[in-house]
Design a protein around this ligand. Sequence first.
Ligand SMILES: Cc1ncc(COP(=O)(O)O)c(C=O)c1O
Length: 413
Amino acid sequence: VTFDPLKIRKEFPLLRPDRDGRRIIYLDNAATAQVPEAVLAAVAHHERSSRANVHRGVYRLAEAATRAYENARDVIAGYVNAATREEIVFTSGATASLNLVAHSLGETLQAGDEVLISELEHHSNIVPWQLLRDRRGITLKALPATPDGRIDLDALDRLVNRNTKLIAVTHVSNVTGAVTDVARVVAAARSVGARVLLDGAQAAPHGPLDVQDLDVDFYALTGHKMYGPNGIGVLWARREILETMPPFLGGGEMIRSVTIAQTEFAPPPARFEAGTPPIANAVGLAAAAIWIEDKDTDEAHAHLDRLTGRLLDGLAVLGNRGVRVVGPLDTQGRYATASFDIEGVHPHDVCQLLDARNLCLRGGHHCAQPLMEAMGVTGTSRASLAFYSSDEDIDLLLNGIEDVARKFGSAGK
Ligand SMILES: Cc1ncc(COP(=O)(O)O)c(C=O)c1O
């Protein structure tokens, strides 16, 4: 077997059993994944051997720091298959990447221009566009959710028109796991000359991406969901677009020359990296990308599909106890995240009761309140898997859910 989740799990210090053999069953990977030794070691090695500011000092230590940071850019360019390394902008996370586009590209939009998002978006791909709407008078529209928790792409015909300047949607839903049919979104955007932004926070942990093949214009990702540090994210954008975008934050690093009267800005990516960047975190993110690339991702996906199927089958059996999946009911076109509801039990209570069994799940609105409203729920409980998830994890979870439903659910008795 080349892909062995149990062997992989051993690389994660936090997931190792304690002296009494108890372990954490971590199923909140859509919020944050755990970090393997390789990433911890890369960050520690950098801080111990190459810590200095980047792009400034001419002494050897500073040059080593710059090399490490710029090497991280090369690694991420490879991970997303960017056409050039200058297309990789380091940010503090997906939220910062999305806000960067909303501010910078947003400056080029005007009243009457339209931005199209969807009801499935994380708040970080909703609120920046609302703020832009309020600043610049653009129109914000949203593709609805289907009853099974996907973006309703049939609505593209109705909602895309020649005023549409950008379609900004999630690549994978953080609530339902639904994967967006990107080709359909791109085709609709291209038919009116609009740009496409994908929020890839949930897709990037799955394995290397090909932004050129996806044929989009912007891609946002975040380190801590892909086995990397937090406080680091990436905005990938086509170089020719980045070159036309004004800066968002001003400060050191992003300039060519400054006088009191005015500033000439540096070309991308430096133009968008004002101030001291998260250097060690970028090194850690690169280590995480290499760690993922080192896995057989086809086998990893097959494993996760199988586990998701096992989870969905188990939840379906628990239907007689008031357990209901919120989202797609099968493994087609979805990643290994599943939301569910137990009739009569609040998701926070579900998750607290499961915590008593060392099961870590998230309960609530998942920063996606419009989707909750569209699905007719106030919140859900969510299990999200990762490369170290196992059959045993799923069985422990299903046992826990059955117990909660039986003892506390209104349909369970
Ligand atoms: C789909 C999606 N987009 C964006 C984000 C925001 O990522 P971050 O909090 O790392 O900026 C998240 C994280 O919760 C997410 O799940």
